[in-house]
Design a binder for this molecule. Structure first.
Ligand SMILES: Cc1cc2nc3c(=O)[nH]c(=O)nc-3n(C[C@H](O)[C@H](O)[C@H](O)COP(=O)(O)OP(=O)(O)OC[C@H]3O[C@@H](n4cnc5c(N)ncnc54)[C@H](O)[C@@H]3O)c2cc1C
Length: 483
């Protein structure tokens, strides 16, 4: 550390203005998450010399994959939100592909069949056509349909991506239009669990982002799942000349006179750059600076377990056609870090065979449950206890699946696996195994340090499409439009 400080002082006297020619790189991107890769591509397309540093051995971050025997399993992708059909204009997906110069057809995207929110005694179905959700609300909540249509009009006219939107809690706004508490909670359920860093509520801009991406645009899946998206981004990185180094974590972000000037890697290399973009997370990125600031972004509390099953039988053979089920056993919806290892009373069930095309060799069943990182961290210290807790999660997942598929049978299971918040932490570096980042977002990506910017989840846009859009917009704002 002493040597490093000396080296920095010699190479970059504080009094001197920092110029691009001091840099080995125009930009260093920390993390090969979706946003980091998109940012790197965007910068390199405009002839910036870009280095992407990833501490893991593969790309994707929270949206990656792993191998078990001959199987490669998706970690992040349940469904690509923001579905857009070929030729649809002015949709986030279309804009994103245009900015990264990826032809739509290369994504080989196909839409969901139908999904549903299930509360005790009531199911609300929705698809990529908002008319289904409207008709479900008319049927089950006839007194609320006018309010829902007014809410839709407000959502459609709201600019959710304006960087200067003030923070307003979404339930306050939505309850002006929807008076029935159960309907309100059913609407919030998918939006919270697919993207809220806040417990039980969310910022209205984030609500609108999620509402449009899930209810107005909808779900899709690229042929090949997560790897299709990652492979397309890797191809673009190579074509545009991004230098990408794996097993090269950033150990320290070097700060001189309040400005980020480079990084030190876990391999001990010191690399300089004019701009540093990080998708590692807000608290995680600030911790890498080793500098004290008055800012102390919170570590988000929302983490999850994910249980995966392969079965000989596909969901349709067991009588289930839905793509995703947002399952809740309480009268109200409790979106919060549970007091116990998991909250077994709600879950997201994902059936990736049930998109318009099924490219799997087997039936795949995925069950996501809210989980308490601290409890998992302490269970992890005892190998046997950790295994036994994972077995309990597996059993809960089977129980919930059997609720929708009484013929779901132990004998048909050919493979199963569970990952926990500690797995998320280990492979992505997110403090607390946190999936939706800090509750303190930096909407313009700025940090207390000049030249150091955030992209991805803690800039405020998450999910696969959201984080890529974040990477592009932060690259445009901080890497291409000057400092
Ligand atoms: C179980 C699960 C299911 C999900 N399902 C969906 C879904 O169906 N649809 C959807 O749209 N989204 C889904 N998501 C969310 C989506 O995956 C994320 O919102 C998105 O991938 C976040 O991307 P990001 O760019 O913000 O960064 P991250 O994915 O958080 O990537 C951060 C990267 O930075 C790297 N890194 C961290 N620290 C360092 C360091 N010091 N040096 C170098 N590298 C570092 C990490 O290794 C990682 O690769 C899911 C996530 C999970 C976990």
């Amino acid at each position: 550390m002493g040597l490093l400080r000396e080296e920095r002082t010699i190479k970059l006297p504080l009094s001197r203005e920092f110029t691009a020619k001091d840099s080995e790189y125009d930009a260093i991107v920390i993390g090969a998450g979706m946003s980091g890769m998109a940012a790197a591509i965007r910068l390199a397309m405009f002839d910036k010399k870009v280095l992407l540093l990833e501490k893991h051995v593969i790309s994707g971050g929270l949206n990656s994959y792993y191998g078990r025997g001959k199987r490669q399993l998706d970690v992040g992708l349940h469904a690509l939100t923001n579905f857009a059909a070929r030729g649809e204009r002015r949709k986030p997906l279309t804009k994103l592909l245009k900015q990264l110069r990826i032809p739509y057809d290369e994504l080989e995207l196909y839409g969901q069949f139908e999904s549903q929110v299930s509360f005790p005694g009531i199911n609300l179905r929705f698809s990529n056509d908002i008319e289904l959700l409207k008709s479900e609300i008319s049927t089950h909540f006839p007194s609320q349909i006018d309010g829902f249509n007014k809410l839709l009009a407000k959502i459609e006219s709201f600019n959710e991506v304006a960087l200067d939107n003030e923070t307003i809690m979404a339930k306050d706004v939505v309850s002006e239009f929807i008076q029935d508490q159960k309907l309100l909670e059913m609407i919030f359920c998918p939006l919270l669990i697919y993207g809220s860093a806040w417990e039980n509520d969310m910022d209205f801009s984030q609500f609108v982002i999620m509402f449009k991406s899930i209810f107005l645009e909808g779900f899709g899946r690229p042929r090949g799942g997560v790897r299709k998206i990652i492979d397309l981004l890797l191809k673009k990185m190579e074509e545009s000349g991004v230098e990408c180094r794996y097993r090269n974590g950033v150990e320290e972000i070097l700060i001189e006179g309040g400005r980020a000037v480079g990084v030190k890697t876990t391999r001990g290399e010191v690399l300089k750059a004019k701009t540093i973009l990080s998708c590692a997370g807000y608290p995680e990125t600030l911790a890498l600076t080793n500098e004290k600031t008055s800012l102390n972004p919170a570590v988000g509390k929302m983490s999850f377990t994910e249980t995966l099953f392969s079965l000989q039988k596909r969901p349709k053979e067991l009588g289930l056609n839905q793509t995703i089920i947002f399952h809740n056993e309480r009268d109200h919806y409790q979106y919060q870090c549970p007091q116990t290892l998991i909250d077994p009373k709600s879950a997201v069930l994902c059936f990736p065979n049930n998109f318009a095309e099924d490219d799997y060799q087997e039936g795949i069943y995925r069950v996501t449950m809210m989980a308490n990182y601290d409890k998992w961290k302490s269970a992890k210290s005892d190998k046997d206890q950790y295994k036994s807790e994972k077995d309990k999660v597996l059993n809960e997942a089977k129980r919930v699946l059997s609720h929708y598929m009484p013929r779901f049978s132990q004998e048909d299971i050919i493979f199963s696996d569970v990952f926990s918040p500690t797995t998320v932490e280990r492979y992505t570096g997110h403090f607390g195994g946190c999936v939706y980042g800090s509750t303190d977002k930096s909407r313009d990506g700025s940090t207390p340090f000049k030249g150091l910017y955030l992209c991805g989840t803690d800039q405020g846009f998450l999910g696969i499409i959201g984080s890529m859009l974040s990477g592009i917009s932060m690259a445009n704002l901080h890497g291409l439009m000057g400092q």
